[in-house]
Design a protein around this ligand. Structure first.
Ligand code: UTP
Length: 241
């Protein structure tokens, strides 16, 4: 099976250090050893936010800030590459074609951001669409998609399953609320809807949760199930669920 895993920067690098990166790399390598073709998209996390805040104070415009964010995502992608073995690309792919090419050659593709005015959420969805992945997994620092910001509202409930259209509606509502952060942004949700990509949003701080979700579809996050899909995908053995 072919899977794209989008790893949030705050998941991979909650603070500067190597432990988390090594643990995530080990899980990705296990999946590859089991025959999975994997594309990883890495976010910028707190480091990106700090650089962006500093550059904003210095008068950088929004596109310049995005470019700084992209550079940090690529820096984090390089850290993941440093932890991966020789199956991996040697540098973050700078566009979807390069990542797709790497996957076709049997390599593990790794990329950060690609263009201003978006985030790596959208990059993950676009890469999954481009390589026709079987599954897209968002490894975030929250347990799934909620009806509201769970940090702000005790009554927020987690969705176990959403259609892609429902995901777009929920995220659009969340993004209308100033300051609230959605685990996946609206552009990503729209790409997921357009492509009909089977998607899982989960808490990926423990990388074993990512592996379990990829191997068997079992997780405690949110399933985004494309319209018209009645059965579970064939790549998940029923006895593993
Ligand atoms: P992230 O994807 O980490 O953004 O990219 P985020 O969603 O704000 O971070 P998390 O998920 O909360 O950790 C960091 C920044 O890099 C720029 C954006 O400015 C983004 O906020 N970026 C990233 C782009 O402009 N284009 C891209 O393709 C990716």
């Amino acid at each position: 099976m072919k899977v794209v895993v989008s790893i949030g920067g705050s998941v991979l690098m909650p603070e500067p250090g190597s432990d988390r990166v090594a643990a995530h790399a080990a899980v990705v390598e296990d999946l590859v050893a089991e025959g999975c073709r994997v594309g990883c998209v890495v976010g910028g996390g707190g480091v990106a936010r700090e650089y962006i805040a500093a550059a904003r104070d210095l008068g950088a415009n929004e596109i310049e800030l995005d470019q700084i964010g992209i550079d940090v995502t690529r820096l984090n992608a390089r850290l993941l590459i440093a932890a991966l073995g020789e199956e991996s690309v040697t540098a973050p792919a700078r566009d979807y074609e390069a990542a797709g090419e790497a996957l076709r050659r049997g390599h593990l593709a790794v990329m950060g951001g690609v263009a201003p005015a978006q985030t790596t959420d959208a990059v993950g969805a676009a890469l999954a669409e481009y390589v026709d992945a079987d599954l897209l997994v968002y490894a975030t620092s929250v347990p799934g998609v909620y009806s509201d910001d769970p940090n702000e509202n005790d009554g927020a409930t987690k969705y176990d399953e959403l259609s892609a259209r429902e995901l777009v509606d929920v995220i659009a509502d969340l993004e209308m609320t100033a300051g609230s952060s959605a685990p996946v942004d609206l552009l990503a949700a729209k790409i997921i809807q357009r492509s009909g990509m089977r998607t899982i949003v989960l808490d990926g701080t423990d990388p074993d949760r990512i592996a379990r979700a990829v191997r068997s579809g079992t997780h405690d996050g949110t399933d985004v199930v494309p319209a018209g899909v009645g059965e579970e995908p064939g790549y998940w053995a029923p006895d593993e669920r």
